[in-house]
Design a protein. Structure first.
Lengths: 277, 164
């Protein structure tokens, strides 16, 4: 038994009682893992603390009571059944055999966490398969000229999986590539709002604006890119080229100059400057 | 064939998969079974208890086991042939952590006394052969893990040196 000071022993006893109480509250609420964690904390402290007298007389019956409650808990029983564990009771408190209960609960916690993690992975795999199916079917339908069906499929993917990074952006790109820039813009706007730090939807959005002939919207999108991601020579060069196409020569010159000022290896920027300077 | 015999055959075929027992013939593996114990565990069963001083070496046949200390998981064994409990055989120290079953698990255990004298010279040699291979396997695995760690550390040092 480890040696601890009297003060430490008193402190530990308080902590053990509080942990057991927490473990009981959690199990009553159905939060099995938190309940186990609290009880493990209590057991660890108990093993490290020599205990006698009133503390021992209070704590040990409380621990025994918890073990009984735990072993009879419906969720615990169901979980143990699911892993083909049939021995009953799962834990029984016996004074002096704290470490056996501690090991048993530690294994329970690890196993339950692993099973839950595996279940989450399975759900995630299923969701990914469903998403892949919607995207590939939507793409296929659009390519075969069944626009309405294809759009429905892709919009469903956006609705159901839009909270996952990259999905809205991909749906927008597919719409754009299939020749539906209006639909693409709608989806890409959601992508930029939801994931402002992802650069991909901005690029597609600008392309969609240009495909729609909506230069004002494209200009606004470019300015937004600079606002979100900061000045970049390539962005300035792209803007300059955009203004050349829009026949706004003074702006084309201005942005070419900014691009060249940041990166003198951009010969295209120099050419635009020479042309409109 | 009786159920017990069939069970023994199953265990022998599992033992034959262990890297360190691969060179043994079926009959030799049957002999191995004679001076080892096959133990079955279920979730939470304590296989090795921290602080105890027994000298038994364990080989995992099926299932998985957790290495735990004060209710905290510090490792796991889950491959057929994984060895644990070797430290107390090597230096006679007490168990530094507990080993707890992570579910239905089957282990083969061999007491240190068999490595000294398993009955006759041939059996003792066989036991020592197993011990030698077990220790070699552990050393090789640890060396491999250390090399992998070294590579990671070297890369980190390089990147710190170059200021990246």
């Amino acid at each position: 038994m480890p040696v601890v000071s009297y003060e430490q022993a008193v402190e530990n006893a308080k902590r053990i009682k509080a942990d057991v109480a927490r473990a009981k509250i959690y199990i009553a609420r159905g939060d099995i893992l938190k309940s186990v964690e609290a009880f493990i904390s209590a057991l660890t402290a108990k093993i490290a603390t020599p205990m006698a007298g009133s503390d021992k007389n209070v704590i040990e019956p409380q621990m025994a009571e918890f073990c009984e409650e735990f072993s009879n808990n419906y969720q615990v029983i169901e979980f143990l059944k699911s892993i083909d564990y049939n021995e009953k009771p799962f834990i029984k408190f016996r004074p002096g055999l704290d470490s056996k209960v501690l090991n048993k609960l530690t294994a329970f916690r690890l196993k339950k966490a692993a099973v839950e993690q595996e279940a989450n992975k399975a759900v995630e795999r299923e969701r990914q398969a469903k998403l892949d199916e919607l995207l590939s079917k939507g793409k296929e339908l659009l390519a075969s000229g069944q626009a309405a069906k294809g759009k429905v499929m892709l919009k469903r993917a956006a609705e159901q999986f839009g909270s996952k990074e990259g999905v809205l952006s991909e749906v927008g790109r597919l719409m754009l590539d299939a020749g539906y820039p209006g639909d693409a813009m709608e989806i890409l706007r959601q992508a930029m709002a939801g994931f402002p730090k992802d650069p991909v939807p901005y690029k597609s959005y600008i392309e969609a604006c240009l495909a729609q002939g909506n230069n004002a919207e494209a200009e606004e999108a470019y300015l937004n890119v600079i606002k979100v991601f900061g000045p970049h020579p390539q962005t300035y060069l792209n803007m300059s080229k955009f203004y050349v196409a829009w026949r706004k020569n003074d702006l084309a010159y201005d942005y070419a100059q900014r691009a060249f000022g940041m990166d003198s290896s951009l010969t295209e920027a120099k050419e635009i400057m020479d042309r409109f300077g | 064939m009786t159920e017990a015999a069939s069970d023994e055959d199953k265990i022998i075929s599992l033992l034959a998969r262990m890297p360190m027992l691969k060179m043994f013939e079926k009959e030799q593996l049957r002999q191995v079974l004679a001076y080892t114990k096959i133990r079955r565990y279920d979730l939470g069963d304590t296989i090795i208890e921290e602080g105890q001083s027994d000298q038994t070496l364990f080989f995992l046949i099926t299932g998985n086991v957790y290495v735990v200390k004060n209710g905290v998981n510090i490792g796991e064994f889950s491959n057929t042939g994984d060895i644990f409990g070797e430290m107390s055989i090597i230096d006679g120290s007490v168990r530094s952590a507990s080993i707890v079953a992570g579910g239905k698990s089957l282990c083969m255990s061999i007491s240190a006394s068999f490595f000294e004298n398993a009955g006759n010279e041939q059996q003792t040699l066989m036991c020592q052969n197993i011990l030698f291979r077990a220790i070699s396997q552990i050393l090789a695995e640890r060396l491999r893990a250390m090399n992998a760690d070294n590579i990671v550390l070297r890369k980190e040092i390089e990147s710190l040196k170059s200021g990246r």
